[in-house]
Ligand binder design. Structure first.
Ligand SMILES: Nc1ncnc2c1ncn2[C@@H]1O[C@H](COP(=O)(O)OP(=O)(O)OP(=O)(O)O)[C@@H](O)[C@H]1O
Length: 638
């Protein structure tokens, strides 16, 4: 790899392009900018990791094209890299986003270049991953079609007779799986249903094998296991191609990679032949669930640190550093501002005052920039979960808010195409249901059972009871149709949607004629910043736009002010679970403690100017002494 020489003048130009007026890169950030060999970069929230990555991309873009047609590869967990390039490096976007460069998500990269080629090789055809239900339908079909599966069929029927949990064979089959020991298991049961050498187990495996080789389908749940096998199967000749095509590889948010993703990255990219830079912060690993056992990322010896945070004040840094695993101090370039973090203490009677309390604090601290970013965030939003959640603080919060892309046919269609190309039929099918929900909405067809509009969940039940075979056939066709492009998929979708309406006697003419123009507008470009304005509270005092979101939703963002809401999961609150990191009580065995610590660390490190935390009275009373001095306490109970 070439160790590029970066002049001071170039750094100055990059600062001008990417940093706020008059700001400079710190010395440790400059070290990263000047480093062109493989290394890990570890840094705290707000240290400018994303900005440094963009700066490196700009420096590389200035040097493109590279010798031998080589390119760069930028991987992350969301498409944020692409969005940031478009927003902050717009004049370089064309150059950076085109071949031979690859910028996208880690999972798509692995699916596209590792898992799917492996499966295609085994199956001799393109493979699609389907949902559990569809897969079980295929399994049951096979069992009933061929006599050799009689013993397996008989075993399942016998078990089903005594089962109180399952009513149908499909429900039962959905829960079957082959364990690591090769035996046949039922989910959540410790004892195998049949050992690995038993006839029914062998036949079950045979069906899975047939479905892969003859039908070209796998269950998406099993894709992970296939990825594992695919990584082990990678040949040197194949990985050599990657080292030749990509000379500079940046893996952002590396802490969020799971075991397989880490193995895949190491197997694909040879860090002695190309520059592999892993950038991350192990304290911000929240992408994998609290059940995930992937060990924390430990940056390799000789890693480059970026120690100074450019986002928040020293007062905020001093209260969040206890949430770091090593609890070391965070130095800030902003220094002390005189604004302490604010704790809003409430109880059941006063929970309704929390948002008003936040607005009063914004007012008191004179934060009323009309372009300011004011957010309210919490870890738990799901309405079906018991316990405190974001919606309890604001009754109009909609946990299922739709994105703008759901309001345009072509964007939904492109989603179907992308997922089919990646072999994710189960995701494509989910989008087909979204699309049907929109069309039912515009044609004013509601669910006759409830009288309400269909949701992606209720429409599944409806399709299943009214059009089971037709819908299955439709989805199966989607997985087989070629080529997978706009024209073909559009044609198939229009035909099937019209058939569905005709069958139901809902519409005899072309239903697309009834859809609004904006829904069918082919020129819509989704702007991530202009998602439908759901979950925005317009404050009546100054008209500030206060956006409600989850902690996951604001990862990587910078706000002017953030209100972090206490929420509950599995019978306890996230804030009570972080008290031990401040010396109150002990960290218990549950992974939820460490997960809550990281969630709070990510959420509370978003604001530039003001951090507010809404805490229940009982949690506050347990940890009262922690807050004395460092926090301004506002008791809403009085
Ligand atoms: N050297 C700098 N001087 C001043 N401001 C900076 C500097 N570097 C970055 N910033 C600003 O600091 C904020 C945080 O930067 P950035 O989002 O790149 O940090 P990050 O390390 O990626 O954060 P996180 O880990 O929390 O996602 C942004 O508003 C950015 O514009």
């Amino acid at each position: 790899m070439k160790e590029w020489e970066i002049t001071d003048q170039e750094i100055k130009l990059t600062e001008k392009l990417l940093l706020p007026e008059g700001a400079h890169f710190s010395e440790d950030a400059k070290n990263v900018l000047r480093c062109w060999h493989s290394t890990d970069v570890a840094a705290c929230p707000g240290s400018g990791k994303t900005t440094v990555l963009l700066a490196k991309l700009k420096l590389l873009a200035d040097r493109m094209p590279f010798a031998n047609g080589a390119g760069i590869c930028v991987l992350s967990h969301t498409n944020v890299a692409v969005d940031e390039i478009k927003k902050r490096l717009s004049s370089y976007a064309d150059k950076l986003l085109r071949y031979p460069n690859y910028i996208g998500t880690i999972q798509s990269f692995i699916d596209k270049f590792v898992t799917m080629p492996y499966l295609r090789n085994i199956a001799g055809q393109r493979v699609q991953a389907v949902d559990d239900f569809t897969y079980a339908q295929y399994v049951v079909n096979q069992m009933q079609k061929h006599r050799k599966y009689n013993s397996l069929n008989f075993m399942i029927e016998t078990k089903l007779k005594t089962s109180t949990q399952f009513k149908t064979k499909i429900e039962y089959v959905q829960r079957l799986y082959i364990g690591n020991d090769g035996a046949l298991y039922m989910e959540k049961q410790k004892r195998a249903l049949a050992g690995s050498d038993k006839e029914s187990t062998k036949r079950y495996k045979e069906i899975l094998d047939n479905l892969l080789k003859k039908e070209g389908i796998i269950r998406y749940k099993d894709a992970y296991a296939y990825a594992k096998a695919a990584v082990d199967d990678l040949s040197e000749t194949y990985t050599d191609l990657f080292s030749a095509r990509f000379k500079y590889i940046f893996i952002d948010e590396y802490q969020d990679c799971d075991e397989i993703q880490r193995q895949a990255m190491d197997a694909i990219f040879n860090s002695t032949r190309c520059t592999v830079m892993k950038i991350g912060d192990s304290d911000q690993a929240i992408y994998n669930s609290s059940q995930d056992r992937t060990p924390d990322w430990i940056p390799q010896v000789g890693f480059l640190p970026i120690m100074t945070s450019n986002r928040y004040s020293q007062e905020i840094a001093d209260v969040i550093c206890n949430l770091k695993k090593d609890k070391t101090n965070i130095i800030t370039s902003v220094g002390k501002t005189g604004i302490k973090p604010v704790l809003l203490v409430f109880d059941t009677e006063s929970i309704g005052k929390v948002i008003g309390g936040y607005i009063s604090v914004l007012e008191k601290k004179e934060l009323f920039d009309e372009n300011g970013i004011y957010k309210v965030i919490g870890a738990v939003k799901k309405e079906s979960l018991a316990g405190l959640k974001v919606g309890d603080y604001w009754s109009e919060f909609d946990a299922s808010a739709k994105k703008q892309e759901e309001y345009n046919y072509w964007i939904l269609l492109d989603g179907i195409i992308v997922n089919l190309l990646e072999g994710k039929l189960y995701k494509a099918e989910g989008i087909v249901r979204k699309l049907l929900c929109r069309i039912f909405h515009y044609t004013e067809i509601t669910n006759s059972e409830s009288g309400k509009e269909f949701s992606v969940v209720t429409i599944k039940k409806f399709l299943d009871s009214e059009y089971k075979d037709e819908y299955r056939q439709w989805i199966s066709e989607l997985s087989k149709v070629r080529p997978i492009d706009r024209k073909t998929i559009d044609c198939l979708m229009r035909q099937r949607i019209n058939e569905l309406f005709k069958m139901n006697g809902l519409e005899s003419d072309d239903v697309f004629k009834k859809l609004p123009n904006y829904f069918l507008d082919g020129d819509v470009i989704v702007d991530q910043d202009k998602k439908i304005e759901k979950n925005v509270f317009i404050d009546p005092l100054r008209g500030r736009r206060i956006k409600f979101d989850t902690v996951h939703g604001v990862k990587g963002e910078t706000h002017d002010a953030t209100l972090y809401l206490e929420t509950e999961q599995n019978g306890a609150s996230d804030l009570s679970r972080i008290l031990p990191y401040y010396g109150i009580g002990k960290v218990k065995a549950s992974n939820l403690y460490d997960y809550s610590r990281k969630l709070a660390y990510v959420g509370m490190s978003r604001p530039k100017k003001l951090l507010c935390v809404a805490m229940k009275g009982e949690t506050y009373e347990k940890g009262e002494k922690v807050f004395v001095g460092d926090w301004e306490i506002i008791d809403l109970r009085t």
